[in-house]
Design a protein around this ligand. Structure first.
Ligand code: PMP
Length: 434
């Protein structure tokens, strides 16, 4: 091995002069850990054979393993032998065919906004990235660039909403009521009242389906009333669509709220993620759908979005977008994807039912039908923090302190243990809280 003798002139060695000078970052506060990743680390460090991780928002199969969708495997196999594919940069706004089919999946291929050329998508770094570029764009161009524009999201909501809009420079971030803790359902009256009190033209984040963390979605009737409230204050809706297909098993049904708003004439954004419904978590496949009033505004908005993306990360990765574009463009793959999505959502529904029935057999105090009424990956159990702590400390079952569990972490093999532990938590730790 040849070692290079690095001769540095002594006048360039500053160590003496720098001694005692603190780091430019010595004043930086130590940030708190991101909760869901901290819980995952605690789970990984636990050596118990009974341990269960119910914190992570990722699908698991009946064996508790990550699942690569068969349609993804098929498309990837085809891609691996396609000599025409290469690793050139994508356009700044992403793979055109991906943006097209992803936008159609969201709005419906018969969408008037698409036909009128006033709706289009730009590829994003999964759902988070779509929200991030949406926030950046809105900060610069929404309304009259009003620095005081309010952004409002449900209480509770996915933990990243606040951070994303904070880092984009929105100082006035508010919450609207969403969860009725007493009855464990949607607090529709509270939500409508809060939306109707917002300053005109506020930005409002709505979960398109499978609300995270509560698993509670508005009914179609309730959605119509929410649309009325948004219209009455001229709110700008951003639909966070991270679970299309995952909730009901039917991607069209899960896009109902978005399509209803589009038909009602709103300008809106949809932040789509293909992490869950394609199992492409780490490929970071997302799409930001912009539905505007006219094609000219869309053209100009898209051009500015291009500059924003260029300055943030230049252009998106290709692999996952190719997988999604191929699967959604080919009828045989598309139907296989719908089957795969149904497999995931059916497994979750079966686990909800089984959990509920076992709790009933045990006679666990409290009402548990919310477990079956809730939809999507998560269930807001209603457990209090002490009961959650009992489960993790005594039973090796890891969940968020809010009582949110990912149903996907349950399997036929661990379900009895989970339900028995839940029963014990309810009976022995502050029973009256439920
Ligand atoms: N929105 C919601 C409500 C979510 O639950 C998630 C995933 N946890 C996302 C957006 C975005 O996830 P990703 O960036 O992985 O697509």
């Amino acid at each position: 091995m040849c070692l290079i003798n690095l001769q540095i002139p002594s006048r360039l060695i500053y160590l003496d002069k720098m001694a005692g000078v603190p780091s430019a970052f010595s004043q930086v506060d130590l940030a708190p850990p991101v909760v869901v990743f901290k819980v995952r680390d605690e789970y990984l460090a636990d050596t118990s054979e009974q341990k269960i991780n119910l914190s992570v928002g990722a699908y698991r199969d009946d064996q508790g393993e990550p699942w690569v969708l068969p349609v993804v495997r098929s498309v990837e196999a085809e891609m691996a032998t396609d000599p025409t594919l290469n690793h050139e940069y994508l356009p700044i706004t992403g793979l055109p065919q991906f943006c097209k089919v992803a936008t159609e999946l969201s709005l419906g291929s018969d969408s008037a906004a698409i036909t009128d050329n006033r709706a289009a998508g730009v590829q994003a770094l999964s759902g988070t990235g779509a929200l991030r570029i949406a926030a950046e764009f809105l900060k610069q161009f929404y309304q009259t660039h009003d620095p005081g524009t309010v952004v409002c999201y449900p209480d509770p909501t996915w933990g990243n909403h606040d951070k994303i809009f904070m880092y984009a420079g929105f100082d006035d971030r508010r919450k609207y009521r969403y969860w009725d803790a007493k009855n464990r359902c949607l607090d529709l009256d509270g939500m409508l009242e809060d939306l109707e009190k917002l300053p005109e033209y506020s930005i409002v984040i709505l979960h398109a389906c499978a609300h995270n963390p509560t698993g509670v979605d508005p009914t179609k009737d309730q959605w119509s009333r929410i649309a009325d409230a948004c219209k009455s204050r001229n709110l700008f809706p951003i639909f966070d669509s991270a679970y299309q297909g995952f909730a009901s098993g039917d991607p069209d049904e899960d896009a109902w709220s978005i399509r209803m708003f589009e038909k009602a004439g709103f300008e809106l954004f949809v932040c789509q993620s293909f992490a869950k419904n394609f199992g492409l978590y780490n490929e970071r496949v997302g799409n930001l759908v912009m539905v505007l009033k006219d094609s000219d505004s869309l053209l100009r908005a898209r051009s500015q979005m291009e500059l924003i993306i260029r300055g943030m990360y230049s252009n998106p990765p290709c692999h996952g977008a190719r997988v999604v574009a191929t699967a959604l463009s080919n009828p045989a793959y598309y139907s296989q994807w719908r089957d795969n999505v149904r497999t995931m959502s059916d497994r979750i529904k079966r686990l909800r039912q089984a959990t509920y029935e076992k709790l009933k057999i045990l006679g666990t105090p409290g009402k548990w039908d919310h477990i079956v009424k809730q939809i999507g990956m998560f269930s807001y159990t209603g457990l209090n923090p002490a009961q959650c702590e009992f489960l993790s400390k005594q039973k090796h079952i890891y969940l968020l302190k809010s009582g949110r569990i990912s149903m996907c972490g349950l399997t036929d093999a661990n379900l009895d243990y989970f339900v028995q532990s839940l029963h014990e938590a309810v009976v022995s730790v502050c029973e009256n809280k439920l």
